[in-house]
Design a binder for this molecule. Structure first.
Ligand code: UDP
Ligand code: MG
Length: 318
C-alpha cells in the first residue's frame, strides 16, 4: 500500500475544480477500499497565479475534504513549473506522485494501472494518449508535427505522452538534482533512466472551461522542448551557412564569366532577391543562436523556478 499524491496544476480553473474533486475523491475512496493506497493519500492542487476564484475554491475544498491539499504560487509561472513546484512539495509527504491536469481530461482508470505497474517494479509510468479525438484538429496536427520534429532533432520523448505520469519517490529525489531553469519534463524524465513503462490514456473532452494553453504558451513549450535538449538547430544553421557560401562561389564564377564575356546585366531583381533572401537567413540564424544564449542567460542567473506563497497541508497529516 502506498501513500499517493496527485499533483494537479490549476490556472483559472474555477469551473472544473469541484467536479474534478468529486471524481478524484471517488477514485481515492475506491483505491483506499482496495488497499492500493493509504487513507492519508492526497491531492495537491497547485494554484498557478490564477486570476479567478481558483485559490479560494481550493481553500474551501481543503476545509471540507481531507484528501484535498493546496499550494499557492505567488504568480503565474506556467504549467511545467507549476507541476515542478507541486512535485517537489508533495515528494516529501508521499511515496509516489501522479501529475494530472486539473480538467481531468486524462483517464482516471489509468491511475490504478499506474500503481499496479509500480508494485511490479516500475518507477516511471507514462500515460500515453491512445486517441486525440477530443483535441481540436489544429492541436492534433501541430502536436504530431511537433513530436516528429522533436524526434528528428534527437530529443528522446515518449510519443503522445503529455504530463500525465507516475513517478516514484526515488525518481523525484533524482529529479530534484536537475537544477535546470528551462524545464521541459517530457524531455528530462526519460533522461533519468529508471525502469519505466506506459499505460493507455483515453482522453476526454474538458468538463468545463476552456483550454488554458494559449498558442503562445504552446509555442514556447515547443521551443523549450527542442532547444533545451538539442543543439541540432545550431548545427543546421552552420550547414546552411556552408551551403550558402558554396552557392555564392558559384554565383561569383558566373558573374566573373559574364563580365569577361561582356554579357553582364545590371540586374535589379536578382540583387533585391538575394539581399532579402540572405538577409532573412541571417536574421533567422542570429535568432536561433539568440535562443540558446537566452537560455544560458536564464541558467546562469539561477533564479528560483517559482515562489510559494502558501501551502495547505496540515501538520497532523504528515
Ligand atoms: N496550466 C497552468 N498554468 C498555465 C496554463 C495552464 O497551471 O499557465 C494548467 C491548467 O490549469 C491545466 C493544465 O495546465 O490544469 C493543462 O492546461 P489545459 O487543460 O488548459 O491545456 P490543454 O489540455 O488544452 O492542453
Ligand atoms: Mg486540458
Amino acid at each position: 500500500m502506498i501513500k499517493l499524491a496527485i499533483v494537479s496544476p490549476c490556472y483559472n480553473e474555477e469551473e472544473v475544480l469541484e467536479e474534478s474533486t468529486t471524481r478524484l475523491t471517488a477514485l481515492f475512496d475506491d483505491l483506499v477500499a482496495k488497499k492500493k493506497i493509504s487513507a492519508d493519500s492526497f491531492v495537491l492542487f497547485v494554484n498557478d497565479g490564477s486570476k479567478d476564484r481558483t485559490w479560494s475554491i481550493i481553500k474551501q475544498l481543503h476545509r471540507t475534504n481531507p484528501y484535498i491539499k493546496g499550494m499557492n504560487l505567488a504568480r503565474n509561472v506556467g504549467h511545467q513549473y507549476a507541476i515542478m513546484a507541486g512535485m517537489m512539495t508533495a515528494k516529501d509527504w508521499s511515496d509516489a506522485v501522479i501529475t494530472i491536469d486539473a480538467d481531468l481530461q486524462d483517464d482516471l482508470n489509468a491511475i490504478e494501472e499506474m500503481i499496479d505497474a509500480y508494485t511490479q517494479g516500475y518507477d516511471v509510468v507514462y500515460g500515453v494518449k491512445v486517441s486525440r479525438q477530443a483535441d481540436p484538429m489544429l492541436k492534433r496536427l501541430s502536436a504530431t508535427a511537433f513530436y516528429k520534429l522533436q524526434h528528428r532533432m534527437g530529443v528522446e520523448t515518449i510519443y503522445n505522452h503529455a504530463d500525465f505520469r507516475f513517478l516514484s519517490r526515488r525518481v523525484l529525489e533524482q529529479l530534484s538534482h536537475y537544477q535546470e531553469r528551462n524545464v521541459y519534463l517530457r524531455g528530462i524524465i526519460p533522461l533519468l533512466g529508471f525502469p519505466s513503462t506506459t499505460v493507455d490514456d483515453v482522453i476526454r473532452e474538458r468538463t468545463a472551461g476552456t483550454s488554458k494553453y494559449t498558442v503562445r504558451k504552446m509555442f514556447s513549450l515547443a521551443l523549450d522542448g527542442i532547444t533545451s535538449f538539442s543543439v541540432k538547430p545550431i548545427y543546421g544553421i552552420v550547414y546552411l551557412g556552408i551551403i550558402f557560401v558554396f552557392i555564392s562561389i558559384l554565383i561569383g564564377i558566373y558573374v566573373l564569366y559574364s563580365l569577361i564575356s561582356g554579357t553582364a546585366e545590371h540586374g535589379w531583381a536578382s540583387l533585391m532577391l538575394s539581399v532579402w533572401f540572405v538577409g532573412g537567413i541571417v536574421l533567422m540564424s542570429i535568432g536561433a543562436v539568440g535562443l540558446y544564449i537566452g537560455k544560458i542567460y536564464k541558467e546562469v542567473k539561477r533564479r528560483p523556478l517559482y515562489n510559494v506563497e502558501e501551502v495547505l497541508y496540515d501538520d497532523q497529516d504528515k
